[in-house]
Ligand binder design. Structure first.
Ligand code: BYC
Length: 471
């Protein structure tokens, strides 16, 4: 059954009554559709995919499942319900009523935040566009497409804010979002991690675990914003983000499980002859994606971040639950600093350290998945532990950008790094091996040899459900 959604653009922002907004979006739509055809998932035009489509923000309203022909997906615009009498929660305007319009004096900063956030969404779709050709199962292919359409919707969410609240320059920024492309040497995406390729499914699972989790923390901080439409948009986006991180966490767990099964079956850790991804290779991919995602939080000490905070535009993670003055006038926060060949912790003004604090929250959250994966390894009776590298490792932004470090955080010379890095990050050979495993498996219920079956299917359906129908 193909669901016939009544509205062209499901929304709860009063699109029907807002002619100006409708016209701006209608003008943007053909460019978006062209972008989706040219830069969205390859070979997906004629597929019927069992997807969920958000059609309202009520409980269950975002979880409507049905077969959807991919280009006909209804990208909707949703804000979480308003909180009555919501106030700015932090910064110099703490306690004032939250803004329903853009405060003129903060317009440039707010626009920059929204554009940076928005830019990542289509970027990730571009990064993942070829993965459909090598899906390890129909279940995984469906999840990939679900992630892709929801990232598309997240772009819509930011474009709605630009169109709805920023006038002409907002419309120009919305256009530019379709003109920058991941990895484009002339017009790249704004943040570095979104210009890297996602060339294989192991990278995809790592990306959805580590990089989408940066999304969770950034969106959560923006959800604290005094600009209420941004806050409400981000709160709804977070409900979708959870599924993306589930795809990553469960995907990596299944790769780990398959590695353990193969190790026990063949009584060796050398799994490449058996067409399975060995745990040391997995650790290298983890090192790469974790360190790249750490960079996404910006510098340890950032006047941009301090300004966003003081202005009331971007808060800390779960700001309202923190028990302090929410102004950070005199507070201190520990940040790392490189002194000679050692990293030391120093006390810095908490206000300029909000990026670092968010990064700290993120690292704790990342660790949870490792706990689960390591339990899978332990349960299989195998003596191996996956670890997060220390934050000095392989950094391009912040205090550690200029130094080399081992995954354990020991600062080393450039020469030592050159000799040893192939043991820590995926080498050309590792990448070629992982790439060699990527062959499509499209028979319902079947899995590629390098990954275990999921624990259960989607929407209560069995694993062998036909999650996609080919024309
Ligand atoms: N790459 O003061 P600093 C997601 C620049 S992911 C390139 O430390 P700030 C998703 C910075 O622009 C979440 N440049 O930076 C996940 C600044 O330039 P200027 C995305 C960088 O501004 C998966 C200079 O360096 N959302 O949603 O405090 C799939 C000084 O830096 C980078 C957001 O990021 C970098 N990594 O912090 C789909 C939220 N880092 O001023 C989606 C919005 C820094 O000298 N963005 N720079 O020209 C922000 O809040 C901030 O822009 C950042 C950077 C946290 C990213």
């Amino acid at each position: 059954m193909t669901i016939d959604y009544q509205e062209k653009i499901p929304n709860n922002v009063g699109l029907g009554e807002d002619r100006r907004l409708r016209r701006a979006l209608e003008r943007w739509l053909p460019g978006y559709q062209r972008w989706w055809r040219e830069f969205g998932p390859v070979d997906s035009e004629s597929l019927d995919v069992y997807l969920r489509t958000a059609i309202s923000v009520e409980a269950g309203g975002w979880a409507n499942y049905g077969y959807v022909r991919m280009p006909d997906y209804r990208w909707g615009i949703f804000l979480a319900h308003p909180e009555p009498d919501r106030r700015v929660g932090f910064g110099m305007h703490a306690g004032e009523p939250a803004w329903q319009e853009v405060p003129g004096e903060y317009r440039a900063e707010l626009r920059r935040l929204i554009v940076t956030q928005g830019d990542t969404e289509p970027a990730s779709v571009e990064q993942q566009r070829h993965l459909g050709r090598t899906c390890p199962s129909l279940y995984d292919l469906r999840n990939l497409f679900q992630v892709n359409v929801e990232e598309g919707r997240h772009l819509w969410a930011m474009v709605y804010l630009l169109h709805g609240f920023f006038g002409r320059d907002g419309r120009e920024e919305a256009e530019a979002m379709l003109e920058r492309h991941s990895g484009d040497p002339d017009r790249p995406r704004i943040l570095n991690a979104f210009n890297q390729e996602t060339p294989d499914w192991l990278s995809f699972f790592m990306f959805t675990y580590f990089t989408d989790r940066d999304g969770k923390y950034q969106l959560a901080s923006l959800a604290e914003s005094g600009f209420d439409p941004l806050s409400r948009t981000c709160r709804f986006m977070l409900t979708e983000e959870a599924h993306h991180m589930f795809v990553g966490e469960s995907g990596i767990r299944r790769v780990v499980q398959r590695a353990c099964e193969a190790m026990n079956e063949h009584r060796t850790g050398e799994l490449r002859v058996h067409g399975v991804i060995d745990l040391p290779t997995l650790q290298k991919y983890l090192n790469l994606h974790f360190s790249a995602s750490l960079d996404l939080f910006g510098q340890e000490l950032s006047t941009n971040a301090a300004n966003y905070y003081t202005m009331g535009l971007k808060g800390r993670f779960q700001e309202t639950r923190i028990d302090d003055d929410h102004r950070l006038a005199d507070a201190l926060y520990p940040v790392p600093e490189v002194r000679g060949d050692a990293a030391v912790m120093v006390e810095a003004p908490a206000l300029t350290a909000v990026n670092e604090r968010l990064r700290d929250d993120y690292v704790v959250d990342c660790q949870r998945g490792l706990g689960k994966w390591n339990r899978t390894i332990r349960d299989a009776g195998i003596d191996f532990e996956l670890r997060l590298p220390r934050r000095a490792f392989n950094r391009k932004i912040g205090a550690f950008a200029g130094i080399r470090s081992t995954p354990e955080g020991r600062i080393i010379t450039e020469g030592q790094w050159d000799r040893r890095q192939a043991g820590w990050l995926p080498s050309a050979e590792d990448q070629a091996y992982v790439q060699s495993l990527m062959a499509p498996v499209t028979e319902p219920g079947k899995m590629a040899n390098w990954i275990a079956a999921p624990a259960k299917g989607i929407d209560g359906k069995p694993i062998e459900f036909e999650y996609l129908r080919f024309d």
